[in-house]
Design a protein around this ligand. Structure first.
Ligand code: ADP
Ligand code: MG
Length: 531
């Protein structure tokens, strides 16, 4: 870049990031390797529900960028959700430690660095790991997401939807996996043959396949993720007594073993938030910002229907005031339809070793607005904790591309110790609520309740013999969650006219709109709020 051109960039960036309202301070413009502390690079608080992408090769500073954003959101009263895949985000709860290197960095960019810990909750899926257990009921998880974690094909997926339909109609609450197994076992049994026939498109063979998949899934350790008490996503929206937003870290250290389950659970959380939150349109500040670290896991080998769910959720949740940030190595890791919705971009360094790298690099460059930079060159030479940034200005237009040195987190840039984590979980008010699993009467118990004509076969997961009784049509306590569509006219209309929804209807055969609107996104809604 020539001298004149560099001066132009400085002037353009200075103007382009001079927002009036509250903003997150990302860092300072770099002129070559010289930071300009008086040319800040920022993102307006009110634009964070327009979603974002933090990308870059391993070790380039993505997670620290996320930490910097999370801290400032909390400080400005916005709750934050972090998927802590590597366990390196738990330090957000503790004040950071100073060093000469850190001081040189912060002084250079004009950051008044004050070591600060933030109010943090730690969650763990199914209680596996250190964190308050997060569970979902099978019914609220819904057939679409469950089909994804079971890796079912299209026919099997629509058959699973029919099983849910049957259970809903028969008043058999699907709380945990054994409930779902019991219902399928019933349908494939001699006793269930009329009900099975009534479902039309559900074949006994397919039901058997789903049952085997469910058993394998449970054997692989998935049982604890489903059940009650179900996590109430309203608990992600808390503000601490001092006015700061609560940072919720979902600790996912073992996630590499089961990426589909992990990513599907995150989508469930988002879909559930979507159901629960009112429409707010544009906001001064978001209600919640959700960070998906290692987001490539969400899309890896995902079937089209699932990708469509993600796209849909991300598109619609914006009007509920929720921002979603994907954090991943390359923009290519995120499906194009989702990528197109990510208005705020922080692109850290990319490698260009292999032809594939080069392709990813060109793809990343093509997502940026025109600028005076040679981005292919710049993106491969960025230092650690530096990025190329463009965000949405307050008027919704993209800001000028800025070569930025990011701020340093003021909380700890390392995991909190096991003791700190354990103490935080023990002290959490959420632990009192979710700590212990419940097993109330649901489909499994009801189907097993009636005495068998002969000796009742023990319903062990491996024994195919089904529970020998028809679902008793007796009055039942209302499940906490039920497929009760609450009209959200605009959204429902959008979704029922979407092609995914139509093809789902087609493939579901005889199942009509009633059950399918058990959710806009395939998950069920809460009938009543607990609090
Ligand atoms: N904004 C930053 N301020 C200070 N140090 C940083 C910053 N970004 C990255 N670093 C340094 O680089 C290391 C790797 O960053 P990290 O965010 O973990 O990378 P990634 O998530 O891309 O793999 C950090 O441990 C830290 O030492
Ligand atoms: Mg990281």
């Amino acid at each position: 870049m020539g001298e004149q051109q560099a001066a132009d960039v400085v002037a353009t960036v200075r103007d382009g990031y001079a927002f009036d309202g509250p903003a997150l301070e990302l860092g300072a413009l770099l002129d070559g390797d010289r930071p300009l502390p008086d040319v800040p690079v920022r993102v307006p608080l009110g634009m964070l529900n327009r979603h974002g992408l933090v990308a870059g090769a391993t070790g380039t500073g993505k997670t620290k960028t996320l930490q910097v954003m999370a801290e400032q959101l909390s400080a400005q009263g916005v709750p934050v959700f972090l998927a802590d895949v590597k366990g390196d985000l738990s330090g957000v709860s503790q004040p950071g430690t100073s060093s000469d290197k850190l001081t040189a960095r912060t002084a250079g960019i004009g950051q008044q660095w004050t070591p600060t810990g933030f109010p943090t909750e730690f969650l763990a899926l199914g209680g596996q790991g250190t964190g308050v257990p997060v569970r979902a009921t099978v019914t609220s998880f819904g057939p679409v997401l469950l089909a994804r974690v079971l890796d079912l094909n299209e026919t099997q997926s629509s058959s699973l939807a029919l099983v849910f339909h049957f259970a809903d109609k028969a008043g058999l609450p699907l709380v945990d996996l054994k409930d779902l197994r019991a219902v399928i076992q019933f349908l494939v049994s001699a006793e269930g043959k009329d009900e099975l026939a009534g479902l039309g498109a559900l074949s006994k063979a397919t039901a058997g396949v789903i049952l085997r998949e469910l058993i394998a899934f449970a054997d692989a350790g998935a049982e604890p993720f489903f059940g009650e008490p179900e996590f109430d996503t309203a608990d992600l929206l808390r503000v601490a007594p001092d006015g700061r937003g609560v940072v919720t870290c979902l600790e996912l250290p073992a996630v590499q073993d089961r990426p589909a389950l992990f990513s599907t659970f995150l989508l469930w959380l988002l879909a559930d938030l979507f159901h629960e939150l009112p429409e707010v349109g544009d906001v001064d500040k978001p209600k919640l910002v959700f960070f998906f670290d290692e987001a490539h896991l969400l899309f890896r080998d995902a079937p089209d229907a699932f990708v469509e769910q993600v796209t849909q959720t991300v598109r619609l949740i914006r009007s509920k005031g929720v921002g979603v940030f994907f954090v991943t190595q390359s923009p290519k890791d995120v499906e194009a339809d989702v990528l197109a919705q990510l208005g705020n971009r922080v692109q850290h360094a990319l490698r260009a070793y292999t032809p594939d790298d080069a392709k990813a690099l060109r793809a990343a460059v093509s997502t940026f607005p025109r600028s005076g930079y040679d981005l292919e060159e710049l993106l491969t030479t960025l230092g650690i904790g530096e990025a190329v940034v463009t965000v949405l200005a307050e008027n919704g237009a993209p800001t000028p591309v800025a070569h930025t040195r990011l701020r340093a987190p003021e909380s700890l840039m390392a995991p909190a110790t096991a003791e700190v984590l354990a103490a935080a979980v023990a002290a959490s008010p959420l632990n009192a609520e979710y700590g212990q699993a419940l097993d109330r009467e649901s489909a499994f118990e009801r189907l097993a309740a009636k005495p068998a004509p002969g000796p009742a076969p023990a319903p062990t997961p491996t024994s195919a013999p089904p529970s020998p009784s028809a679902p008793a049509p007796r009055p039942e306590p209302a499940p906490r969650r039920a497929p009760q569509p609450r009209e959200e006219p605009g959204v429902v209309r959008d979704v029922v006219t979407s092609s995914a929804f139509k093809s789902f209807l087609r493939s579901a055969g005889t199942v009509l709109g009633r059950e399918i609107t058990r959710s806009v996104l395939g998950t069920a809604k809460r009938r009543t709020r607990r609090r």
